[in-house]
Unconditional design. Sequence first.
Length: 159
Amino acid sequence: MRKITINPLKDNVLSSDLNFLDLELLAQAEISSECQEYPIESALVADSESGWRAAGSGEQTIRLVFDQPQTIKHIYLRFDEQEESRTQEFVLLWRMDNEDSFREILRQQYHFSPPLTTRENEEFTVDLKQLKALELRIIPDISGGKACAKLAQLRLAAN
């Protein structure tokens, strides 16, 4: 039998036509905690594979505050969990320039079940104009377990 795979699985491959922003230069990161071995920069820079981890269990917040308002069209997130089964919830919020409150973009849950289900890749098309701050809230285990939040990658694109 002859066969060909027409939709090969792409693991950890970002859309090639997107020009991701240099978040280290454009924004300040505010975090609720971080493990010293896995700082937030590891999830925000293009060449890093280690990602960010919280210093402890429970809900965590990562907030990017931009020096200048941005227009964002794409958000890419990757979460990896190699160790324990859990259901995670994350919420993405944004705040416009000259506003005081955040608006919810989306809320989503995902169940990790190692060794088979260990990676969650999410790419969202958005239209966020005059973005001053982007916030990611992670509840690593909605059942209240002691899991620590992890974020392998966070990328933003203006195109």
